[in-house]
Design a binder for this molecule. Structure first.
Ligand SMILES: [Zn+2]
Length: 111
């Protein structure tokens, strides 16, 4: 799978290509310029699709916050310690200090 930040960039680019927010009027979804984005027969579907234009950027922003929190940092022998015979110094997660990618990043990228 594409790494999480690349995927978020792709999602944001697709989202930002469409003027938002969207709203529903008489089963039509309209963008901020009042242009019709689509006509939907079920009102609940129209509300869901219109809300996605606002919800999706909020979700990508929250995922980026998690990625920023669990960012990699170089191994620091003084700060992180060195075990006898240790020859591998992998990057660590800033937040949970696990070997990078930490379980949080792995879960995000595998989802
Ligand atoms: Zn982490």
């Amino acid at each position: 799978m594409t790494d999480a930040r690349t995927w978020l960039d792709q999602v944001d680019a697709r989202t930002n290509a469409m003027p938002g927010p969207w709203e529903v009027r008489d089963r039509e979804i309209r963008d901020r310029d009042n242009l019709v984005v689509g006509t939907i027969l079920r009102p609940a579907n129209a509300e869901h699709i219109a809300a996605a234009r606002t919800d999706l950027p909020a979700a990508t922003k929250k995922l980026r916050a998690v990625l920023d929190l669990h960012a990699p940092r170089p191994y620091d022998a003084i700060r992180d310690g060195v075990a006898f015979g240790q020859t591998d110094y992998p990057d660590l997660c800033c937040e949970c200090r696990s070997t990078y990618p930490c379980p949080t990043i792995t879960a995000l990228e595998d989802a």
